[in-house]
Design a protein around this ligand. Structure first.
Ligand SMILES: [Mg+2]
Length: 371
């Protein structure tokens, strides 16, 4: 008898608000409705888009894109400043809706959470019905839409919520998981960034079924720790529980470049972009930290980190940016090319007593977009 089959299946829902910041702005300000809108960034081309409305996405505007690029794609794009207080308030209301059905809630960000409804407080039983009820409540009470993915593990639930966005509900049952993972293009695997996807394709790996041809060791050799994880996931194994007690210890962002970089000005631009993303994440997660860490990975895959601890908590994006550049300046870059940069803030205020509301993403926090 196979142990894996004996275990009772979990019922996992992944809820993801649709274009969250932009949708809240369009809800609250009628002049933005039906218009291509960027939250974050600026019409003078500076800064980075945090979230784009669906009207803007039609032009190719995306999260983490520079305003300059966004304007090239969509010249009549409107910009508005993020209102984190408003998003936090909505997020708390969404959380309250979740808590009617379960206490096993693992928020990934302001607009996204895993729910374990294996046992639900209302005795509804069907995870699909619970997902529907949650979506309805969000629509009726908050005038916003969410997409839901329902499955027996977190990985599949998360991919499922993305399938019929916006306002989608996708169920992938146990018998569908294996064929679903086999047919999934590699770039759709949650956690596979553009660089990893390219690497996979260069190895002739285009779909989940291709990944399955590699042994666990081969996967690890090519893709490191995540390779091992993908080996499991493509076979439908994901035992990670919905963790309602995870507290973030750090918040960061990193980027692997398509081509290795040695131009200091380009590197500075990258650091600025990462600083803005980190600053926004600190804001939405209500965090202030004292320690700044810069991670640098070179073209030969060797990696170093440099940290600086401030006397006071960092509350300014410019401070993050300027000090991260300082850290970079202290590294000997002679004859070296850089393939990845990362900026992280840790050493948070009042870590122990932090209200368990905003938690770190488990595996791929660094790659999460504010969608
Ligand atoms: Mg979202």
């Amino acid at each position: 008898m196979n142990n894996a089959e004996e275990k009772p299946k979990r019922k996992i829902i992944h809820i993801d608000m649709d274009a969250f910041y932009a949708s809240v702005e369009q809800r609250d300000f009628p002049e933005f409705r039906g218009k291509p809108l960027a939250v974050g960034g600026s019409p003078d081309g500076r800064g980075v888009v945090a979230t784009a409305s669906y009207e803007a996405r039609k032009f190719g505007v995306r999260s983490a894109m520079s305003s300059k690029t966004a304007l090239q794609l969509c010249p009549h794009l409107l910009f508005t400043k993020p209102r984190f207080e408003a998003y936090k308030e909505v997020s708390q209301k969404i959380r309250e809706i979740f808590s009617r059905y379960t206490d096993l809630i693992e928020p990934l960000s302001l607009d996204e959470a895993y729910l374990d409804v294996s046992e639900d407080k209302m005795n509804i039983g069907s995870a699909i019905d619970i997902a529907k009820a949650i979506k309805d409540a969000i629509k009726n009470e908050l005038n916003l839409t969410a997409s839901a993915g329902v499955s027996v593990n977190k990985f599949v639930a998360k991919i499922a919520s993305d399938i019929n966005k916006p306002d989608g509900l996708t169920f992938i049952g146990p018998s569908k998981i294996i064929p679903f993972m086999e047919a999934l293009p590699v770039e759709k695997f949650f956690g596979v960034g553009k660089v990893t996807a390219l690497k996979m394709k260069n190895l002739g790996l285009f779909y989940g079924s291709d990944l399955k041809k590699l042994s666990e060791n081969e996967m690890q050799k090519h893709f490191g720790k995540t390779g091992k994880f993908f080996y499991q996931i493509v076979r439908g194994f994901d035992d990670r529980p919905v963790n309602a007690n995870r507290i973030s210890k750090s918040i960061g962002a990193e980027d692997t470049f398509e081509n290795d970089i040695d131009d200091i000005e380009v590197l500075k631009k990258e650091i600025e972009k990462l600083s803005i993303i980190v600053y926004n994440r600190l804001n939405v997660k209500n965090k202030e930290g004292k320690t700044l860490t810069l991670k640098v990975k070179f073209s030969d895959f060797s990696q170093i980190t440099r940290s600086y601890t401030f006397i006071n908590y960092v509350t300014d994006q410019k401070v993050i940016f300027e000090n991260a550049v300082e850290l970079l300046n202290k590294i000997d870059l002679e004859n070296k090319k850089i393939r990845l940069l990362g900026v992280t803030i840790s050493n948070f205020y009042n870590e122990e007593n932090d209200i368990i509301t905003f938690r770190q993403l488990n595996l791929f926090d660094d790659f999460e977009e504010a969608d």
